[in-house]
Design a binder for this molecule. Structure first.
Ligand SMILES: Cc1cc2nc3c(=O)[nH]c(=O)nc-3n(C[C@H](O)[C@H](O)[C@H](O)COP(=O)(O)O)c2cc1C
Length: 173
């Protein structure tokens, strides 16, 4: 039985990798504290009204801050954005201040907007949905800009990046 489950996981993971999703950097601010991490789980989920969903791991520092936040910023990186992806995906805000290591400015809702982003949106958090090891944040867009128009950084470029926080489920008793 377990072998069947594992083989489904392997096929599922291959399928998702083949989809080669764009990678996002989600930033947020609550109580004067900034946080942000690399996110693969992000997508538009509504047309009228426009809605965007991003999912944060309960293990992440960004999740801790986002739980107290009212808004999130969601950035796309260009194909040259690997260093920024490394900063936000392989380091944790529990140990370093990522915003001391990149260029950013306060944007709508005072959210940190990354200077190197090729596109970004800000959104009001309408709903939090518990998916188990991740929480989905349903966003209503409040602003969006697309300063770059080249190809975006995608999963295949960061597939081997070691995440700054373990991806395993949070221990629950
Ligand atoms: C390819 C890749 C995809 C990732 N996707 C997500 C994701 O969808 N959601 C998430 O919360 N973390 C995701 N992570 C993990 C976080 O970006 C990473 O653990 C980060 O260091 C957490 O930083 P923080 O503790 O400052 O929040 C991903 C990491 C990588 C390398």
């Amino acid at each position: 039985m377990r072998r069947v489950d594992n083989s489904i996981h392997r096929s599922f993971d291959r399928l998702v990798a083949q989809g080669d999703a764009p990678m996002w950097v989600v930033t947020t601010l609550a109580g004067g504290v900034r946080a942000g991490c690399l996110v693969g789980f992000g997508a538009q989920v509504g047309i009228e009204p426009r809605r965007f969903l991003v999912c944060l791991s309960k293990n992440n520092y960004t999740y801790e801050v986002a739980e107290r936040a009212t808004h999130l910023a969601v950035h796309l990186l260009g194909e040259d954005g690997l260093a920024l992806a490394q900063l936000f995906g392989a380091e944790t805000g529990a140990e370093i201040d990522k915003f001391e290591h990149c260029e950013w400015r306060p944007g709508p809702h005072r959210l940190p907007i990354l200077a190197a982003a090729s596109a970004w949106l800000t959104g009001k958090i309408l709903q939090r949905i518990d998916f188990g090891d991740h929480v989905g944040y349903l966003l209503s867009p409040t602003a969006a800009e697309t300063p770059g128009d080249g190809p975006s950084l995608r999963f295949h470029s960061v597939a081997n990046l070691p995440p700054g926080q373990p991806a395993d489920p949070v221990e629950t008793n």
